[in-house]
Design a protein. Sequence first.
Length: 461
Amino acid sequence: MDHQDKHPEPPRRETPSPSTAASPAPRSRRGKLIVIAAALVVAAIVLVRWQPWNKAPSGAGGPGAASSARTRHGGPGAMANMAQPVSVASAANGDMPIVITALGTVTPLAGVTVRTQLSGTLQAVNFQEGQMVKQGDVLAQIDPRPYQISLANAEGQLARDQALLATARLDLKRYQTLLAQDSIASQQVDTQASLVKQYEGTVKSDQANIDTFKLDLTYARITAPTSGRVGLRQVDAGNYVTPGDANGLVVLTQLQPISVIFTTSEDNLPAILKQLHAGKKMPVTAYDRSNTTQLENGYLQTIDNQIDTTTGTVKLRANFQNPDQMLFPNQFVNARLLVDTIHNAVIVPTSAVLNGSQGRYVFVVKPDNTVTVRVVKVGPVDGERTSIASGLAAGERVVTDGSDRLREGSKITIPAEHPKHASGATGAKGTPGASGAAGAAAASGAHRGSGGHHASQAQAQ
C-alpha cells in the first residue's frame, strides 16, 4: 500500500474514436461528387441543346442559320421550312368513259330439264356427260315396241271402219235411186244416210288414234330441244321412266349465246334509257369475281320493267356470244357497262384527289416548287383515273404521293424529276408508283445522317 502511494498513476489521455475522427472526410468527398454530377448534367444539357457537331459552316451565319437552328431543334416551323419529297403528275386532256360497275350472275338464255313424255323402258342413252349437242340431236331412246303395236292395231281398226263406210255409202246410193222410183220409203233412205255419217266419224276417230301412236313413237326418240351443253346423266339405260320423274333425264343449258343479269341503282336509269332510246348499243364487259381478268365482251340487251322498291335497283340483261365459253351458268362476275364517253376531259391520277372539310381538293405545284390547295369538282372516275369537271386546267402539276406531309405553301422536292411525262392516264398507272418509290428512297436517305440531310437540303434550295 505504501508503495502504491509513492507512485501515483499518471493521468489517462482520452483518444478519439475512429468513427469520430473519420466523419469530416467522407462528408467533404460526398459534397464534391454532388457538385461534379450537377456540372456534368448541366454540360450534357448544354451540349444537347447546342449540338455543335451540326452547326453550319461559319459562312452560313445570320438569320438563315438561326432559322435552320430552330428547324433542327423541332420548332413550330420545322415541317413548313423543310422541302418534302413528293411525286407529281401533270393533268392532261383525254377521253373519260362513264362506266357503271355492278355485280352480276351469268344466266343462260335457255335451261331445259329434258324429261320423257312417255312411260317405258329407257333403251339407250346417246350422249356423254358434258357434251355439246345441237337442237334435234337424239339424246335417248325409249322402247318403241308397245307403241308400234298400238299403231298397227289402230291402223287395222281404221281399215275396217273405212270398209264399213264404203259399204254404207253404196247402200245409200242405191236407196236414193229406189226412192226416186218411189220403190222404198224415205225413212229408210234417211236411216242409211245417218249410218254413213256414223262411219265417217268412226274413221276420223281411228285416224286420230293412228296420229297419236305415231306421235308416241316420235316421243320415244328424245331429242335436244335447244343447242347447248348437257349436264350429268340423271338416269341410266334400262330404267323404267315416266313423265312424272322429278329429275328428268338430263339438264341441257344453252351457252352460246349467254347472258349476264346485273343490277344498278335507279339513279343511273335516266342515262341508260337515254342511250337506249337513241338506239345506241352500250358495250358491257364481264370480269371475273376478283375484277381483274376480262372474260367476255357483249352488249346491253334489255332492262326490267320495274324497280325493286326494297333495294332501289333495277335489273339489266346483257348478252354475250361467249365463243370461248369463258362465261359459265350461275357464275359470279363483275359487269362494267359503258354508258357514255366524255371527250377532252381534264384527267388526273385518282391518288391526287383528296377529301377534306372543304370537299375534294388537290395540291397544285407552283413554279417555285411550293404547293397550294385547290378545291376541285370531280367528274366520273375510272379506276386509277379521275376526271376534273372544274377547278383544274390541263398541264398543271398535282401531287400524287406524299401529300400527307403538306399544307398550304409547303416546299417540295421531286426526286424523280420527270413531271413532264406524267399525263392523266400514264401518271395514274405508272408515275405515282415510280415517283413514290423515289420519294421513299429520298426520305430514307434523309435519315442516314443529319449533316448529309442539311447539305442536300441546302443544295436543293
